[in-house]
Design a protein around this ligand. Structure first.
Ligand code: PLP
Length: 411
Protein backbone atom coordinates (compact mmCIF):
# COMPACT_ATOMS: atom_id res chain seq x y z
CA UNK A 1 0.00 0.00 0.00
CA UNK A 2 2.63 2.52 1.11
CA UNK A 3 4.91 1.24 -1.56
CA UNK A 4 2.19 1.76 -4.11
CA UNK A 5 1.73 5.32 -3.05
CA UNK A 6 5.43 6.03 -3.26
CA UNK A 7 5.89 4.46 -6.62
CA UNK A 8 2.97 6.47 -7.88
CA UNK A 9 4.26 9.75 -6.50
CA UNK A 10 6.27 10.55 -9.56
CA UNK A 11 3.32 9.89 -11.80
CA UNK A 12 1.11 11.99 -9.55
CA UNK A 13 3.51 14.94 -9.64
CA UNK A 14 3.77 14.70 -13.38
CA UNK A 15 0.02 14.79 -13.88
CA UNK A 16 -0.33 17.60 -11.32
CA UNK A 17 2.16 19.65 -13.30
CA UNK A 18 0.17 19.03 -16.43
CA UNK A 19 -3.01 20.45 -14.90
CA UNK A 20 -3.47 24.06 -15.94
CA UNK A 21 -3.18 26.36 -12.97
CA UNK A 22 -1.17 23.89 -10.93
CA UNK A 23 1.90 23.69 -13.07
CA UNK A 24 3.28 23.40 -16.54
CA UNK A 25 4.09 20.20 -18.32
CA UNK A 26 7.74 19.96 -19.21
CA UNK A 27 6.73 20.02 -22.83
CA UNK A 28 4.86 23.34 -22.61
CA UNK A 29 7.68 24.92 -20.63
CA UNK A 30 10.23 23.91 -23.26
CA UNK A 31 8.04 25.23 -26.04
CA UNK A 32 7.63 28.50 -24.16
CA UNK A 33 11.32 28.82 -23.55
CA UNK A 34 12.03 28.24 -27.22
CA UNK A 35 9.51 30.83 -28.24
CA UNK A 36 10.98 33.36 -25.85
CA UNK A 37 14.48 32.63 -27.07
CA UNK A 38 13.34 33.24 -30.62
CA UNK A 39 12.34 36.75 -29.46
CA UNK A 40 9.42 37.22 -31.80
CA UNK A 41 9.11 40.40 -33.80
CA UNK A 42 5.34 40.67 -33.77
CA UNK A 43 5.39 44.00 -35.59
CA UNK A 44 7.17 42.33 -38.49
CA UNK A 45 4.82 39.34 -38.30
CA UNK A 46 1.90 41.73 -38.63
CA UNK A 47 3.56 43.63 -41.43
CA UNK A 48 3.57 46.89 -39.47
CA UNK A 49 6.47 48.90 -40.81
CA UNK A 50 8.66 50.65 -38.23
CA UNK A 51 10.25 54.02 -38.98
CA UNK A 52 12.98 56.27 -37.73
CA UNK A 53 11.39 58.83 -35.46
CA UNK A 54 12.55 62.25 -36.66
CA UNK A 55 9.19 63.67 -35.60
CA UNK A 56 9.37 63.83 -31.82
CA UNK A 57 7.12 62.62 -29.04
CA UNK A 58 3.82 62.28 -30.89
CA UNK A 59 1.37 59.78 -29.43
CA UNK A 60 0.15 58.57 -32.84
CA UNK A 61 3.77 57.78 -33.69
CA UNK A 62 4.26 55.98 -30.35
CA UNK A 63 6.12 58.98 -28.95
CA UNK A 64 9.27 57.82 -27.16
CA UNK A 65 11.13 54.69 -26.20
CA UNK A 66 11.97 53.46 -22.74
CA UNK A 67 15.56 52.77 -21.71
CA UNK A 68 16.80 49.23 -21.14
CA UNK A 69 16.80 49.72 -17.38
CA UNK A 70 13.19 50.93 -17.37
CA UNK A 71 12.17 47.88 -19.42
CA UNK A 72 14.15 45.59 -17.11
CA UNK A 73 12.47 47.01 -14.00
CA UNK A 74 9.06 46.55 -15.60
CA UNK A 75 9.89 42.98 -16.51
CA UNK A 76 10.92 42.17 -12.95
CA UNK A 77 7.70 43.71 -11.64
CA UNK A 78 5.68 41.79 -14.21
CA UNK A 79 6.60 38.46 -12.65
CA UNK A 80 5.19 39.34 -9.21
CA UNK A 81 1.81 40.04 -7.64
CA UNK A 82 1.32 43.00 -5.34
CA UNK A 83 -1.47 45.06 -3.85
CA UNK A 84 -1.95 47.78 -6.45
CA UNK A 85 -3.14 50.44 -3.99
CA UNK A 86 -0.10 49.85 -1.80
CA UNK A 87 2.19 50.16 -4.82
CA UNK A 88 0.45 53.36 -5.95
CA UNK A 89 0.86 54.92 -2.52
CA UNK A 90 4.49 53.94 -2.02
CA UNK A 91 5.55 54.87 -5.56
CA UNK A 92 3.61 58.13 -5.21
CA UNK A 93 5.46 58.99 -1.99
CA UNK A 94 8.80 58.26 -3.66
CA UNK A 95 7.93 60.40 -6.68
CA UNK A 96 6.75 63.24 -4.43
CA UNK A 97 10.10 63.13 -2.66
CA UNK A 98 11.98 63.18 -5.99
CA UNK A 99 9.91 66.13 -7.19
CA UNK A 100 9.97 67.93 -3.84
CA UNK A 101 6.18 68.24 -3.70
CA UNK A 102 3.41 67.08 -1.33
CA UNK A 103 2.07 64.08 -3.18
CA UNK A 104 2.06 62.29 -6.54
CA UNK A 105 0.10 59.70 -8.46
CA UNK A 106 1.10 57.65 -11.50
CA UNK A 107 -1.72 58.00 -14.01
CA UNK A 108 -2.59 56.51 -17.41
CA UNK A 109 -0.95 59.36 -19.31
CA UNK A 110 -1.40 63.08 -18.87
CA UNK A 111 -4.94 62.91 -20.26
CA UNK A 112 -5.90 60.64 -17.37
CA UNK A 113 -4.14 62.99 -14.95
CA UNK A 114 -6.43 65.76 -16.22
CA UNK A 115 -9.52 63.62 -15.65
CA UNK A 116 -8.41 62.50 -12.20
CA UNK A 117 -7.34 65.99 -11.16
CA UNK A 118 -10.75 67.31 -12.19
CA UNK A 119 -12.55 64.43 -10.45
CA UNK A 120 -10.60 65.25 -7.29
CA UNK A 121 -11.78 68.86 -7.45
CA UNK A 122 -15.40 67.91 -8.24
CA UNK A 123 -16.17 64.75 -6.26
CA UNK A 124 -13.24 64.93 -3.85
CA UNK A 125 -13.09 61.91 -1.57
CA UNK A 126 -16.87 61.62 -1.22
CA UNK A 127 -17.88 58.01 -1.81
CA UNK A 128 -21.22 59.06 -3.18
CA UNK A 129 -19.72 61.72 -5.43
CA UNK A 130 -17.06 59.34 -6.78
CA UNK A 131 -19.76 56.81 -7.66
CA UNK A 132 -21.95 59.42 -9.31
CA UNK A 133 -19.46 61.06 -11.74
CA UNK A 134 -19.90 62.15 -14.53
CA UNK A 135 -23.29 63.09 -13.11
CA UNK A 136 -22.35 66.16 -11.08
CA UNK A 137 -25.76 66.88 -9.56
CA UNK A 138 -25.22 68.65 -6.26
CA UNK A 139 -21.50 69.10 -6.81
CA UNK A 140 -19.35 71.98 -7.97
CA UNK A 141 -19.26 71.43 -11.70
CA UNK A 142 -17.70 74.41 -13.47
CA UNK A 143 -14.11 74.67 -14.64
CA UNK A 144 -12.89 78.10 -15.67
CA UNK A 145 -10.14 78.59 -18.24
CA UNK A 146 -8.92 81.18 -20.72
CA UNK A 147 -10.54 80.88 -24.13
CA UNK A 148 -7.11 80.49 -25.73
CA UNK A 149 -6.41 77.52 -23.46
CA UNK A 150 -9.22 75.41 -24.93
CA UNK A 151 -7.65 72.38 -26.65
CA UNK A 152 -8.43 68.83 -27.70
CA UNK A 153 -7.29 67.41 -24.38
CA UNK A 154 -9.85 69.38 -22.38
CA UNK A 155 -12.14 66.48 -23.29
CA UNK A 156 -10.32 64.69 -20.46
CA UNK A 157 -11.54 67.43 -18.10
CA UNK A 158 -15.06 67.31 -19.56
CA UNK A 159 -15.15 63.54 -18.92
CA UNK A 160 -16.06 64.46 -15.35
CA UNK A 161 -19.32 66.07 -16.45
CA UNK A 162 -18.16 69.61 -15.85
CA UNK A 163 -19.01 72.70 -17.87
CA UNK A 164 -16.09 74.73 -19.21
CA UNK A 165 -16.41 78.45 -18.64
CA UNK A 166 -14.25 80.52 -21.00
CA UNK A 167 -12.77 83.86 -19.98
CA UNK A 168 -10.35 86.35 -21.52
CA UNK A 169 -9.02 88.59 -18.78
CA UNK A 170 -8.06 88.40 -15.11
CA UNK A 171 -11.12 90.47 -14.29
CA UNK A 172 -13.37 88.03 -16.22
CA UNK A 173 -11.74 85.14 -14.44
CA UNK A 174 -12.38 86.55 -10.98
CA UNK A 175 -15.95 87.41 -11.98
CA UNK A 176 -16.60 83.93 -13.39
CA UNK A 177 -15.77 82.25 -10.08
CA UNK A 178 -18.85 81.34 -8.05
CA UNK A 179 -20.05 78.66 -5.64
CA UNK A 180 -20.20 76.12 -8.52
CA UNK A 181 -16.56 76.62 -9.55
CA UNK A 182 -14.62 73.40 -9.00
CA UNK A 183 -11.28 74.20 -10.62
CA UNK A 184 -9.27 76.66 -12.70
CA UNK A 185 -7.52 75.07 -15.67
CA UNK A 186 -4.30 76.33 -17.31
CA UNK A 187 -2.72 74.95 -20.49
CA UNK A 188 1.00 75.45 -19.98
CA UNK A 189 2.03 75.72 -23.61
CA UNK A 190 -0.62 78.36 -24.22
CA UNK A 191 0.99 80.62 -21.61
CA UNK A 192 1.66 83.38 -24.14
CA UNK A 193 -1.70 83.03 -25.91
CA UNK A 194 -3.79 84.40 -23.07
CA UNK A 195 -3.85 87.61 -21.03
CA UNK A 196 -3.39 85.85 -17.68
CA UNK A 197 0.05 84.52 -16.81
CA UNK A 198 0.93 81.81 -14.30
CA UNK A 199 1.45 84.00 -11.24
CA UNK A 200 -1.74 85.96 -11.62
CA UNK A 201 -3.73 82.81 -12.39
CA UNK A 202 -2.48 81.06 -9.27
CA UNK A 203 -3.07 84.17 -7.17
CA UNK A 204 -6.70 84.44 -8.30
CA UNK A 205 -7.23 80.75 -7.51
CA UNK A 206 -5.85 81.21 -4.01
CA UNK A 207 -7.82 84.41 -3.41
CA UNK A 208 -11.06 82.55 -4.15
CA UNK A 209 -10.06 79.23 -2.61
CA UNK A 210 -10.41 77.38 -5.93
CA UNK A 211 -7.79 74.77 -6.88
CA UNK A 212 -5.68 75.40 -9.99
CA UNK A 213 -4.42 72.73 -12.41
CA UNK A 214 -1.65 73.19 -14.99
CA UNK A 215 -1.39 70.81 -17.97
CA UNK A 216 2.36 70.56 -18.60
CA UNK A 217 2.06 67.35 -20.66
CA UNK A 218 4.74 67.73 -23.32
CA UNK A 219 6.69 70.55 -21.75
CA UNK A 220 9.58 68.52 -20.32
CA UNK A 221 12.37 69.40 -20.99
CA UNK A 222 13.22 71.73 -19.38
CA UNK A 223 13.61 69.48 -16.34
CA UNK A 224 12.89 72.43 -14.07
CA UNK A 225 9.25 72.32 -15.19
CA UNK A 226 8.87 69.22 -13.01
CA UNK A 227 9.34 71.44 -9.95
CA UNK A 228 8.46 74.94 -11.03
CA UNK A 229 4.68 74.88 -11.01
CA UNK A 230 4.03 73.23 -7.65
CA UNK A 231 6.53 75.74 -6.19
CA UNK A 232 4.62 78.52 -7.94
CA UNK A 233 1.49 77.46 -6.07
CA UNK A 234 -0.49 75.34 -8.52
CA UNK A 235 -2.56 72.83 -6.55
CA UNK A 236 -2.21 70.21 -9.29
CA UNK A 237 0.24 69.70 -12.16
CA UNK A 238 -0.12 67.04 -14.87
CA UNK A 239 2.63 65.52 -17.01
CA UNK A 240 2.92 62.90 -19.72
CA UNK A 241 5.16 60.03 -18.70
CA UNK A 242 5.86 58.78 -22.19
CA UNK A 243 7.02 61.97 -23.88
CA UNK A 244 10.25 63.69 -22.80
CA UNK A 245 10.44 61.64 -19.61
CA UNK A 246 10.65 58.43 -21.66
CA UNK A 247 8.60 56.40 -19.23
CA UNK A 248 5.86 54.00 -20.33
CA UNK A 249 3.82 55.56 -23.13
CA UNK A 250 0.62 54.84 -21.22
CA UNK A 251 1.82 56.51 -18.02
CA UNK A 252 1.72 60.04 -16.67
CA UNK A 253 2.00 61.98 -13.44
CA UNK A 254 -0.40 64.03 -11.36
CA UNK A 255 1.40 65.89 -8.58
CA UNK A 256 0.43 68.47 -6.00
CA UNK A 257 -1.69 68.96 -2.89
CA UNK A 258 -1.95 65.84 -0.78
CA UNK A 259 -5.71 65.94 -0.19
CA UNK A 260 -6.38 66.34 -3.90
CA UNK A 261 -3.94 63.60 -4.92
CA UNK A 262 -5.57 61.27 -2.41
CA UNK A 263 -8.97 62.14 -3.85
CA UNK A 264 -7.61 61.54 -7.37
CA UNK A 265 -6.45 58.09 -6.24
CA UNK A 266 -9.92 57.28 -4.91
CA UNK A 267 -11.45 58.36 -8.23
CA UNK A 268 -9.05 56.05 -10.08
CA UNK A 269 -8.63 52.41 -11.00
CA UNK A 270 -8.53 49.86 -9.36
CA UNK A 271 -11.70 51.25 -7.72
CA UNK A 272 -14.33 49.74 -9.98
CA UNK A 273 -17.08 52.30 -9.51
CA UNK A 274 -15.10 55.38 -10.46
CA UNK A 275 -14.63 57.68 -13.43
CA UNK A 276 -10.96 56.68 -13.57
CA UNK A 277 -11.61 52.95 -13.82
CA UNK A 278 -11.22 53.23 -17.61
CA UNK A 279 -7.70 54.61 -17.06
CA UNK A 280 -6.08 51.48 -15.65
CA UNK A 281 -2.43 51.64 -14.60
CA UNK A 282 -0.83 48.37 -13.61
CA UNK A 283 2.32 47.68 -11.65
CA UNK A 284 4.57 47.67 -14.71
CA UNK A 285 3.64 51.25 -15.62
CA UNK A 286 3.97 52.45 -12.02
CA UNK A 287 7.43 50.92 -11.70
CA UNK A 288 8.49 52.01 -15.19
CA UNK A 289 7.36 55.57 -14.55
CA UNK A 290 9.29 55.78 -11.29
CA UNK A 291 12.51 54.42 -12.80
CA UNK A 292 12.21 56.64 -15.90
CA UNK A 293 11.75 59.68 -13.67
CA UNK A 294 14.79 58.76 -11.57
CA UNK A 295 16.87 58.35 -14.71
CA UNK A 296 15.62 61.61 -16.13
CA UNK A 297 16.54 63.50 -12.96
CA UNK A 298 20.00 61.94 -12.88
CA UNK A 299 20.72 62.76 -16.52
CA UNK A 300 23.30 65.39 -17.46
CA UNK A 301 20.85 67.59 -19.36
CA UNK A 302 23.54 69.92 -20.77
CA UNK A 303 25.41 66.95 -22.16
CA UNK A 304 22.26 65.52 -23.76
CA UNK A 305 21.43 68.94 -25.20
CA UNK A 306 24.89 69.15 -26.80
CA UNK A 307 24.37 65.73 -28.39
CA UNK A 308 21.05 66.86 -29.87
CA UNK A 309 22.74 69.96 -31.32
CA UNK A 310 25.51 67.80 -32.76
CA UNK A 311 22.93 65.54 -34.42
CA UNK A 312 21.22 68.57 -35.95
CA UNK A 313 24.59 69.88 -37.16
CA UNK A 314 25.45 66.53 -38.71
CA UNK A 315 22.25 66.40 -40.75
CA UNK A 316 22.74 70.07 -41.71
CA UNK A 317 26.24 69.24 -43.00
CA UNK A 318 24.86 66.32 -44.96
CA UNK A 319 22.41 68.43 -46.90
CA UNK A 320 24.56 71.60 -47.00
CA UNK A 321 25.84 71.23 -50.55
CA UNK A 322 22.53 70.34 -52.14
CA UNK A 323 21.56 73.11 -54.59
CA UNK A 324 19.42 75.82 -53.04
CA UNK A 325 19.21 74.17 -49.65
CA UNK A 326 19.41 76.13 -46.42
CA UNK A 327 19.13 74.91 -42.86
CA UNK A 328 18.55 76.42 -39.47
CA UNK A 329 18.46 75.03 -35.99
CA UNK A 330 15.48 76.02 -33.87
CA UNK A 331 14.04 75.21 -30.46
CA UNK A 332 10.28 75.54 -29.93
CA UNK A 333 9.74 77.80 -26.93
CA UNK A 334 7.31 75.54 -25.07
CA UNK A 335 6.50 71.86 -25.73
CA UNK A 336 9.09 69.77 -27.55
CA UNK A 337 11.53 72.46 -26.41
CA UNK A 338 14.60 70.73 -27.79
CA UNK A 339 16.91 71.44 -30.77
CA UNK A 340 15.32 70.76 -34.17
CA UNK A 341 16.60 71.30 -37.69
CA UNK A 342 14.56 73.05 -40.37
CA UNK A 343 15.55 72.36 -44.00
CA UNK A 344 14.37 74.68 -46.74
CA UNK A 345 14.90 74.74 -50.49
CA UNK A 346 13.42 76.36 -53.57
CA UNK A 347 10.16 74.43 -53.54
CA UNK A 348 8.92 75.56 -56.94
CA UNK A 349 12.26 75.04 -58.72
CA UNK A 350 12.49 71.59 -57.17
CA UNK A 351 8.78 70.96 -57.75
CA UNK A 352 8.72 69.55 -54.29
CA UNK A 353 6.95 70.91 -51.24
CA UNK A 354 7.97 70.06 -47.68
CA UNK A 355 4.80 67.96 -47.39
CA UNK A 356 5.74 65.97 -50.49
CA UNK A 357 9.27 65.52 -49.19
CA UNK A 358 7.84 64.25 -45.87
CA UNK A 359 5.76 61.73 -47.81
CA UNK A 360 8.84 60.60 -49.79
CA UNK A 361 10.66 60.01 -46.53
CA UNK A 362 7.70 58.07 -45.15
CA UNK A 363 7.69 55.79 -48.20
CA UNK A 364 11.49 55.42 -48.28
CA UNK A 365 13.67 52.68 -46.88
CA UNK A 366 14.13 52.97 -43.99
CA UNK A 367 10.93 54.93 -43.48
CA UNK A 368 11.39 58.25 -41.69
CA UNK A 369 8.72 60.34 -40.01
CA UNK A 370 9.48 64.03 -39.70
CA UNK A 371 7.69 66.63 -37.62
CA UNK A 372 4.04 66.77 -38.69
CA UNK A 373 2.51 69.95 -40.09
CA UNK A 374 5.82 71.54 -40.95
CA UNK A 375 4.95 73.57 -44.03
CA UNK A 376 7.68 76.11 -43.25
CA UNK A 377 10.26 73.58 -44.32
CA UNK A 378 11.14 70.04 -43.47
CA UNK A 379 11.43 69.92 -39.69
CA UNK A 380 13.55 67.23 -38.14
CA UNK A 381 13.51 66.34 -34.45
CA UNK A 382 16.62 64.44 -33.43
CA UNK A 383 15.87 63.67 -29.77
CA UNK A 384 13.88 60.51 -30.46
CA UNK A 385 16.32 59.24 -33.07
CA UNK A 386 18.89 58.57 -30.39
CA UNK A 387 16.74 56.29 -28.30
CA UNK A 388 15.53 54.26 -31.25
CA UNK A 389 16.92 50.77 -31.60
CA UNK A 390 16.66 51.11 -35.36
CA UNK A 391 18.88 54.16 -35.62
CA UNK A 392 22.04 52.30 -36.34
CA UNK A 393 21.31 53.57 -39.86
CA UNK A 394 23.55 56.60 -40.30
CA UNK A 395 21.88 59.82 -41.37
CA UNK A 396 23.31 61.26 -44.53
CA UNK A 397 21.96 63.70 -47.08
CA UNK A 398 21.51 62.59 -50.65
CA UNK A 399 20.25 64.16 -53.82
CA UNK A 400 18.16 61.70 -55.75
CA UNK A 401 15.71 61.61 -58.59
CA UNK A 402 16.28 62.70 -62.13
CA UNK A 403 13.97 65.69 -62.50
CA UNK A 404 14.18 67.34 -59.16
CA UNK A 405 15.94 66.85 -55.90
CA UNK A 406 14.58 65.31 -52.76
CA UNK A 407 16.48 65.87 -49.57
CA UNK A 408 16.47 62.26 -48.54
CA UNK A 409 17.76 61.92 -45.04
CA UNK A 410 18.73 58.35 -44.65
CA UNK A 411 21.67 56.03 -45.00
C1 PLP B 1 0.12 64.89 -25.06
C2 PLP B 1 -0.74 65.82 -24.33
C3 PLP B 1 -1.72 65.38 -23.43
C4 PLP B 1 -2.02 63.92 -23.25
O1 PLP B 1 -0.93 63.25 -22.71
P1 PLP B 1 -0.87 61.65 -22.68
O2 PLP B 1 0.29 61.40 -21.81
O3 PLP B 1 -0.68 61.21 -24.09
O4 PLP B 1 -2.16 61.18 -22.11
C5 PLP B 1 -2.44 66.31 -22.72
N1 PLP B 1 -2.24 67.62 -22.89
C6 PLP B 1 -1.33 68.11 -23.77
C7 PLP B 1 -1.16 69.59 -23.90
C8 PLP B 1 -0.54 67.22 -24.51
O5 PLP B 1 0.38 67.69 -25.35
Amino acid sequence: MLRGLFSNRRGFMRSALAVPGIGLSAQTATAQRKRRAASRDVLAELGVRPFLNAAGTYTRLTASQMSRSVLDAMQVAATQYVDLNELHEKAGDQIAELLDCDAALVTAGCASALTLGTAACVAGSSEDGIRRLPDTTGMKNEVVLQKSHRNAYDHAVRNCGVRLVEVDSARDLAAAINERTAMLFFLNHAEHDGAIGHEEFVRIGKQHGVPTLNDVAADIPPADNLFRFTKMGYDLVAFSGGKGLRGPQSAGLLIGRRDLIEAARLNNSPNSDSVGRTNKVNKEEVVGMLVALEEFLERDHDEVWKKWEQSCARIARNVANLPGVSTEMFTPEIANAVPHLRIRWDYSAAQLTPEQAAEELRQGEPAIEVRPRSSEGLEIAVWMLGSSSTTTVPLTGRVQRTRHFIPVICG
